[in-house]
Design a protein around this ligand. Structure first.
Ligand code: SF4
Ligand code: ZN
Length: 354
């Protein structure tokens, strides 16, 4: 059966059906619709005001590649300027290749790129060193959680270095839904409640952060990268297979097969949650070491580095109230700490899809 006409331009043949709506579109109309939806998310949410200098967290993966490309298209209309900030976590055999992809993108799109490294920022600690230090400690499966805390801090430092006023990250709707599920499965009401919305306004002197792709499905991010012929890095990090996120991702796929709206329903559910008074975290103050937002003496990143330096790595994520009190609730939203890893490799859907 021949492909139907594009439902938007009525000229070309449709090349895909949009996963959520089923609308048949040609590649050009799909990309235009995708960009218009991101523009709407940014404008309606007042995420990036005119004049903003925006640091794009660039990992070389499909999400941040698509985000940087779309924002570059929209930048003249939004009146913003872009800087790419990449984080070198110090993961042998993985990050070098991903950073090479970011460098190619920066050169092709003529965007300034700054790379910040864990080793320089965190007293010589790399993710490989953290993994060695936690091996056999019962924390060896928590690499991504450690990494998420440090990565958030590194991105903030990099953004300040380039004079950014705002930080954007490439988390898509599937990432967000996975985080909601993970927080449910851990019984972490505080992070569930803080995880709603499209970003954080920049409490405690932190730069405002947002996620312009938060309402875009992973499938459509992959399709956009395909039709725009974007060059991105799709290998999985060596520590990703151990992450708890993989279980949430698997569960989400099963849920989505039974109920296609499950991803967005979960994303929106986080926005509507209200915490019972007993579950609310204590009011935040400033970290005594670095000045970042913290509800205890040390912020999450400083407490983590302190534990590593003492040979006693500790985490407060995924523990009950007692566990949190040991090092204090982390700053910022759960997604930004927990969603730093690129999602597992997803094959480009066969196109055309008829
Ligand atoms: Fe860090 Fe991502 Fe690798 Fe986890 S998967 S260790 S968060 S780079
Ligand atoms: Zn601190």
């Amino acid at each position: 059966m021949p492909a139907p006409q594009c439902a938007s331009c009525h000229k070309g043949r449709a090349a895909l059906r949009r996963p959520r709506s089923g609308q048949a579109l040609c590649g050009t109309c799909f990309c235009a619709a995708f960009e218009a939806e991101v523009l709407h998310t940014v404008v309606a949410g007042r995420l990036l005001p005119p004049g903003a200098v925006v640091a794009v967290g660039a990992s070389g993966g499909k999400d941040s590649t698509v985000l940087a490309h779309v924002l570059r298209e929209l930048a003249p209309r939004l009146g913003i300027s872009l800087r790419l900030v990449a984080v070198d976590e110090g993961i042998g055999g993985y990050r070098d290749a991903a950073l090479a992809a970011v460098r190619r993108q920066a050169a092709r799109w003529e965007l300034p790129l700054t790379v910040v490294a864990y080793a320089d920022l965190f007293g010589g600690w790399t993710m490989d060193a953290v993994a060695r230090s936690t091996a056999g400690s019962g924390r060896s499966r928590s690499c991504c959680t450690f990494c998420g805390v440090l990565r958030r801090r590194a991105l903030e430092e990099g953004a300040r270095l380039v004079g950014a006023t705002h930080v954007v990250t490439g988390h898509n709707a599937d990432d967000m839904a996975e985080t909601v599920l993970m927080n449910f499965l851990r019984g972490d009401a505080g992070r569930l409640a803080r995880g709603g919305g499209l970003g954080s306004p920049g409490e405690g002197g932190a730069l405002p952060r947002c996620r312009p792709l938060q309402l875009a499905s992973q499938k459509e991010v992959v399709l956009y990268a395909h039709f725009r012929r974007l060059d991105y890095f799709s290998e999985e990090c060596v520590y990703a297979p151990e992450a708890f996120r993989g279980h949430a991702r698997h569960l989400l796929k099963l849920l989505e097969a039974a109920r296609p709206s499950a991803v967005l329903d979960l994303v929106h559910s986080a926005e509507r949650l209200a915490l019972a008074p007993a579950a609310r975290p204590p009011p935040a103050g400033a970290c005594s070491r670095c000045g970042a937002l913290a509800s205890r003496a040390l912020c999450q990143a400083c407490a983590l580095l302190d534990g590593l330096d003492r040979g006693r790595p500790r985490l407060a994520i995924g523990q009950g109230r007692r566990g949190r009190d040991e090092v204090g609730p982390a700053t910022g939203t759960s997604q930004e700490r927990e969603q730093v890893q690129p999602p597992a490799r997803e094959a480009v859907p066969a196109v055309p899809t008829f």
